[in-house]
Design a protein around this ligand. Structure first.
Ligand code: TPP
Length: 660
């Protein structure tokens, strides 16, 4: 059935806002919005549950434009349906400070659920959003269903070429996340070529094999609204996650259609005109939307108001029937913590454990009181110690558990975690060996960009994991995380610092990386371990000759080295500096009290790359670390070979003292 003229106009309104904005900005991606406008139109106007006046409505459907480069598609949809986005905002597409940045950014534009741009991540986020919905529905729904929404995602060829989407889709298929629906913009063109040179597999067959429900919409170059609608109806009805491949034309209607030239550069004024003529749209003025079309779209944006009001009534009834559950959910939604939490105590008796072990103890102590804490590891929880005992597993069809088994899928674990975190209702954690942060760093970076409340646990934090050798021994990873804006990285020295690190992470409104040891660490004494200040004086003189600054397992080493130095009459201070970011946020007076400027003999000790340590040790100090790969050997042998013994360090420190 051909589209009605009204449908055509409403679809074209999306298209021409998008290409006019790209043209005005003289940069951007016109091809995707032109080709995918009809699928987006069908989804937004016939299926998506939303209220444009309240983009934070908790039970709204979630929409993720995984192919974030096509951002003008979502901005056009948001403007047309009446979100707080103006025509002027569209006219300042990609300009400094505008609400319409080059790729959609969370916290920046109402209606954007998550920051997308690095291809594949958005689909991973969508799996996380759908998993959050499934978990929260299992936990909170009673007679009344207060959690009941779909997650929709538009994904491109690039999204589906990226491994992260494969990992995430594999897990979504295994878990049977039936309320996840992906529309694949199958236009057979990517940035630099047609996909016949890069991407020729049968994508639907792959999704079939993942256990998804798959459909193909082939007619009318992806513009057949009735066919798209029917596919979405079938997708919603099927209990499996759904994948709808829609055969589209990149740059539909334009002279550059079907070529990679339509992907990522403005069409050019002449081609914009030709496209408008070809699709029957007035050439002038730019950013034109006929009044009737806009009014109709605005009606779509307000339609959800009544749906939300119905939900409000359902919620009120649920809340009345389940007051304790409601109080819990509202606390979590408001990102408040319980007034007290049953934190464990670490003492000389129980405190000499690996920091991974201490981390597991802390998590399990507070898990009952923090139902929002959910997560898992990439097939490593016996090693990372992050399993929440007695809280069940997320399983196919049964999502109430709080332990998520990600399998060996670090990258998807990160992307899914971002989806869980942005959904609201869950504070997710991940766990893997520190070295494998490289397998999930793109998602950790996006957690930082999204400022998600996510806790990344990394254990086996140094060459001292021993025999597994250099493939497993992190060296440069701390430097990498510390260079990432918005991310707080903490490497605690013992069980007490691990406890304090978890206290910080739980309360923090952004992402935290906890870097924990495999090996046992001595308890460094009952004290005020000021992890939240990033660093503090662990021991030593008010007016030291020398300051040893260390993190993690090297703090105990610094203490041992200090003993030797003291025996030789060197007044030595030991500073524990578990978090650079937190320390650098302290005022000058505090930093000066920990690292007095006047003491020039300063040595940092960390079993990793020295990059960046000079800011703490100063011009004359020594950054003592490991600027090469590790080795396969028992930890003690590595320590000896790499100069990480009290004697070796005391010797270097004495030399430093003599030279300043
Ligand atoms: C991880 C990642 N690698 C590379 C890019 C740069 N890039 C943006 S879009 C794109 C490919 C575009 O092809 P497709 O996904 O089919 O989008 P379409 O051409 O249909 O707009 C590339 C390589 C990116 N955004 N993310």
């Amino acid at each position: 059935m051909p589209n009605t003229p009204d449908d055509q106009q409403r679809i074209n309104a999306i298209r021409f806002l998008a290409i006019d904005a790209v043209q005005k900005a003289n940069s951007g991606h016109p091809g995707l919005p032109l080709g995918a406008a009809a699928m987006a139109y069908t989804l937004w106007t016939r299926h998506l549950k939303f209220n444009a006046a309240d983009s934070a409505w908790w039970d709204r459907d979630r929409f993720v434009l995984s192919a974030g480069h096509g951002s003008m598609l979502i901005y056009a949809l948001l403007y047309l349906s009446g979100y707080p986005l103006t025509l002027d905002d569209l006219k300042s597409f990609r300009q400094l400070g505008s609400k319409t940045p080059g790729h959609p950014e969370l916290h920046h534009t109402a209606g954007v659920e998550v920051t997308t741009g690095p291809l594949g991540q958005g689909l991973g986020n969508a799996v996380g959003l759908a998993l959050a919905e499934a978990h929260l529905a299992a936990v909170y729904n009673r007679e009344q269903k207060i959690v009941d929404h779909f997650t929709y995602c538009i994904a491109s060829d690039g999204d589906l070429m990226e491994g992260v989407s494969a990992e995430a889709s594999s897990l979504a298929g295994h878990l049977g996340l039936g309320k996840l629906i992906v529309l694949y913009d199958d236009n057979k063109v990517s940035l630099a070529a047609r996909t016949e040179v890069t991407f020729t597999e049968d994508v639907c067959a792959r999704y079939d094999a993942y256990g998804w429900h798959t459909q193909t919409v082939t007619g009318d170059d992806g513009n057949d609204v009735a066919a798209l609608d029917a596919a979405l109806i079938a997708a919603k009805a099927d209990p499996r996650p759904s994948f709808i491949a829609v055969r589209t034309i990149l740059g539909f209607g334009s002279p550059k259609a079907n070529t990679f030239g339509a992907h990522g550069e403005p069409l050019g004024a002449d081609n914009v005109r030709k496209t408008k003529e070809a699709l029957g749209w007035p050439v002038e003025p730019d950013f034109y939307v006929p009044d009737g079309v806009l009014a109709w779209w605005r009606g779509i944006g307000t339609r959800g108001k009544a749906v939300q009001e119905t939900w409000n009534r359902t919620y009120a009834a649920w809340s009345k029937a389940n007051p304790e559950l409601a109080a819990q959910l509202e606390r979590i939604r408001d990102e408040r913590l319980p007034e007290t939490l049953p934190w464990p105590a670490f003492t000389a008796e129980n405190g000499s454990v690996a920091s991974r072990e201490a981390g597991g103890t802390v998590m399990n102590a507070v898990a009952q009181a923090l139902p929002e804490l959910c997560g898992g590891s990439a097939d490593l929880d016996p090693s990372t110690k992050t399993y929440l005992k007695g809280f069940g597993d997320v399983k196919p069809g049964d999502y109430a558990g709080r332990n998520i088994h990600y399998g060996v899928r670090e990258h998807a674990m990160g992307a899914i975690t971002n989806g869980l975190a942005v959904h609201s209702g869950i504070v997710p954690f991940t766990a893997t060996f520190f070295n494998f942060v490289d397998y999930m760093k793109p998602a950790v970076r996006l957690a930082a960009l999204n400022k998600t409340r996510a806790i990344f646990v990394f254990t086996h934090d140094s060459v001292f994991l021993g025999e597994d050798g250099p493939t497993h021994q992190p060296v440069e990873q701390l430097a990498n995380l510390r260079a990432t804006p918005n991310l707080t990285t903490i490497r605690p020295a013992d069980s007490l610092e691990t406890l304090e690190a978890w206290k910080f992470a739980i309360a923090h409104k952004g992402p935290t990386a906890l870097v924990l040891s495999r090996q046992k660490l001595p308890f460094l004494g009952e004290r005020n371990a000021a992890v939240s200040r990033g660093g503090y004086v662990l021991q030593g003189h008010a007016k030291p000759d020398l300051i040893l600054i260390a993190t993690g397992s090297e703090v105990a080493l610094a203490v041992e080295s200090a003993k030797i130095l003291e025996e030789h009459g060197t007044k030595t201070r030991v500073v524990s500096l578990p978090s650079w970011e937190l320390f650098l946020q302290q005022d000058d007076a505090y930093r000066e009290s920990v690292l007095p400027e006047a003491v020039r003999a300063r040595m940092s000790i960390e079993a990793g790359a020295t990059l960046g340590w000079h800011r703490f040790v100063g011009d004359r100090g020594i950054a003592y670390g490991i600027d090469h790969f590790g080795a396969s050997a028992p930890a003690a042998a590595i320590a000896k070979a790499f100069g990480f013994t009290p004697e070796a360090i005391a010797k270097v420190a004495s030399g430093l003292l003599a030279s300043v």
